[in-house]
Design a protein around this ligand. Structure first.
Ligand code: GUN
Length: 278
């Protein structure tokens, strides 16, 4: 029976330490979150970020623009926030509405305030094997979770399913930096099942229930980044939990695994940027 990778428990531990640290600061870190439009999932994520930030003493502000804001106006606001010494961290919630260029908007964020680690400077540092100002939140949270359970990465075959800029790509790079042997799979991958069968560490970030217990190598460590509602309204991940529990050595549940760690990393990154720039 696999051990559960408990993200909620680790979140509480890290946030309680962080809250104590923040209490000792004379000025408080400030995180500004920009939300464009009315995407219901994004609204929930953004409100959750604010709630957690406030709980641990980080000032946070949500700026909600209507869907029809121009790219130019959005970039003007980001420039203003870049100049504002009282703002330490800027996050633009993705996805952005059609007609606004994600790369133009993200590129406008100062790398010193780029709390997601998504700007070309920070991504470039990460992919050239150097240290970015901060690491992207979801992969960072996954590594914190694996480290908490002392899971060895060096020399292991890590298979990352999904190649998004938010999870799959930076995750693969960060695993490589930890001396894992990394394979990235995606929608065009041939023999996906064969590759999954060879994974010592499996990270799935697809958003579809594609992985069953019998596909896993016995003793595999399974990290499930997918989260969606099935046809009955039940929250699910990419991995069939019940059948995988019997084969894996460790498995992250959905919900309660990776999700809490992403928000924890966001808080850690906010404090890191604050420490570096105040
Ligand atoms: N949308 C889904 N995940 C993320 C994230 O980690 N950062 C931002 N900015 N938007 C997201």
């Amino acid at each position: 029976m696999a051990t559960i990778l408990d993200g909620k428990n680790l979140r509480e531990k890290i946030l309680s330490d962080l809250k104590n640290r923040i209490e000792s600061f004379e000025t408080k870190p400030t995180l500004v979150v920009i939300l464009v439009g009315e995407n219901p999932a994004s609204k929930i994520y953004v409100n959750n970020k604010k709630k957690v930030a406030e709980k641990i003493g980080i000032n946070s502000q949500i700026i909600n623009y209507p869907e029809n804001i121009s790219e130019q106006e959005l970039i003007k606001k980001i420039n203003e926030l870049n100049e504002n010494k009282n703002v330490h961290a800027i996050l633009v919630q993705l996805p952005l509405p059609d007609g606004i260029s994600k790369s133009n908007v993200i590129n406008a964020i100062s790398p010193e305030k780029d709390v997601d680690g998504f700007t070309p400077y920070n991504i470039g540092k990460l992919f050239s094997g150097e240290k970015p100002k901060v690491y992207p939140c979801t992969p960072k949270g996954i590594l914190l979770l694996l480290d908490e359970y002392n899971i060895e990465l060096e020399g292991k075959h890590a298979v990352v399913v999904g190649r998004s800029g938010i999870v799959g790509r930076p995750m693969a790079q960060m695993l490589l930096d930890r001396n894992a042997t990394v394979t990235i799979c995606h929608s065009h991958t041939k023999n996906l099942e064969k590759i999954i069968k060879t994974a010592d560490i499996l990270i799935s970030a697809v958003g579809k229930n594609i992985i069953k217990g019998e596909m896993l190598k016995p003793g595999c460590v399974v990290v499930d980044v997918g989260i969606f509602k099935d046809e009955n309204g039940k929250t699910r991940g990419d991995v069939d939990f019940e059948s995988s529990l019997k084969v894996a050595s460790y498995i992250s549940p959905v919900p309660g695994g990776v999700g809490p760690m992403t928000i924890t990393s966001l808080m850690l990154n906010t404090v890191e940027l604050f420490m570096n720039n105040s």
